[in-house]
Design a protein around this ligand. Structure first.
Ligand code: CP3
Length: 353
């Protein structure tokens, strides 16, 4: 078993005792950091950053030099998988991610080859190995992928969407075709995450950013089912340690019991759910991760500290909580306010353990 100086993140995910609540932050490497913007400018484009293992490693480590984070997260993007499948990912200023070749027809879905997710994403595996080496056993590394449903929304819509009209039309008018697409994506994501684990990822998170856009029944049919399939296929141990899986469905608060049954070790919460109430519902089955509203980082350091205290109190005593935001940090946040959040977790949480 490779030794780890700080393993409280992995321990909390498995609800084992810890000395304080561990924390990391979704999008902890990103545009709110001036040192990120500098490297991003030198790289010329976001994809140049992602595809260069040295640069991806450098930006992964940047937030760790400022804050007492208990985990690092691979610097990459969920949309590298559809890019590897041949859709041609690019980022246009102000518009977010776009695909040159979105898909919608049976012929286009038939032509997708899941094997490309493993064969075309060697640059991600090189980044994972390099980051693990540079972390030198200090804290664990999180790997990640998008859920099949969330990836499908971008692949069918051609980019971000407000109403998901195209992808929902496909799901409701041609369910067999939609299931064929989701099934291919599940195979791709399972292979991709397995490869990340073999390359050194010590925990993995599935980002289901748009699961909450589905109805009660459609969520189970088009999103949760495929995340369950992926989890069944993952290697559950590496270096003699369990590799915990976190599922984060934004807007999934109403379905926590079902999510807690999908095979994941931890469930990510957005900020609309009270974490104490969530614990009562599922806390004997899974760890809970979250869930401060990211826009609270615009408030004063005192207000941020109060919010951290409220979340810790709401969860209550004992292990099984990983502190995080309820969604990714946004570009305009003052880095000093992140420090206020981190300090509050470090200083206030030992009382709960
Ligand atoms: O958490 C981390 O620090 C790891 C890195 C990470 C990024 N994207 C880096 C990134 C992770 C985990 C993601 C996941 C991701 N990407 C999701 C799921 C999580 C979520 O936020 O809901 C989604 C939906 C995407 C797709 C995507 N990629 C969007 C919508 C954008 C923003 C586009 C824009 O211009 O605002 C991206 C780009 C992106 N991914 C950036 C970063 C740091 C910013 C791009 C830049 O630096 O120019």
């Amino acid at each position: 078993m490779a030794s780890l100086e700080n393993d409280r993140f992995l321990r909390a995910l498995l609800r084992e005792p810890v000395d304080r609540t561990p924390l990391w932050m979704m999008r902890q490497a990103g545009r709110y950091l001036p040192e990120y913007r500098e490297i991003r400018a030198e790289a010329g484009s976001f994809m140049n950053l992602c595809t260069n293992p040295e640069l991806a490693c450098e930006v992964t480590l940047q937030p760790l030099r400022r804050y007492a984070m208990d985990a690092a997260i691979l610097f990459s993007d969920i949309l590298t998988v559809p890019d590897a499948l041949g859709l041609g990912l690019y980022f246009s200023e102000g518009e977010g991610p776009r695909f040159e070749r979105p898909i919608s027809t049976a012929a286009e879905i038939n032509a997708l080859d899941p094997a490309r997710a493993a064969s075309e994403l060697g640059y991600v595996m090189d980044a994972v190995s390099l980051i693990r080496k540079e972390l030198k056993g200090s804290i664990p590394l999180i790997g990640f992928a998008g859920s099949p449903w969330t990836l499908a929304t971008y692949m069918v819509e051609g980019g971000s969407s407000k109403d998901f009209a195209k992808v929902k039309s496909l799901a409701f008018n041609e369910p067999e075709l939609m299931h064929q697409l989701l099934s291919k994506l599940a195979t791709s994501v399972a292979a991709y995450l397995s490869e990340q684990i073999r390359s050194g990822a010590q925990a993995v998170q599935i980002f289901d950013t748009w699961g909450g856009a589905l109805s009660h029944n459609a969520y189970r049919e088009f999103s949760l089912r495929y995340m369950t399939e992926i989890i069944e296929q993952l290697p559950r141990e590496a270096d003699g340690r369990k590799v915990p899986v976190i599922v984060f469905t934004k807007g999934g608060g109403q379905w926590l019991e079902a999510i807690a049954d999908c095979g994941a070790d931890a469930v990510g919460l957005d900020w609309t759910t009270d974490i104490g109430a969530a614990r009562e519902r599922v806390g004997d089955r899974v760890c809970l991760q979250g869930n401060m509203d990211p826009t609270l980082l615009n408030a004063s350091p005192e207000r941020i500290r109060d919010e951290v205290a409220q979340i810790l109190t709401s969860f209550g005593e004992g292990s099984g909580h990983v502190f995080n935001l309820g969604h990714g940090i946004t570009p305009g946040i003052n880095p000093d306010h992140v420090a206020a959040m981190v300090d509050a977790v470090v200083e206030l949480s030992p009382d709960y353990h």
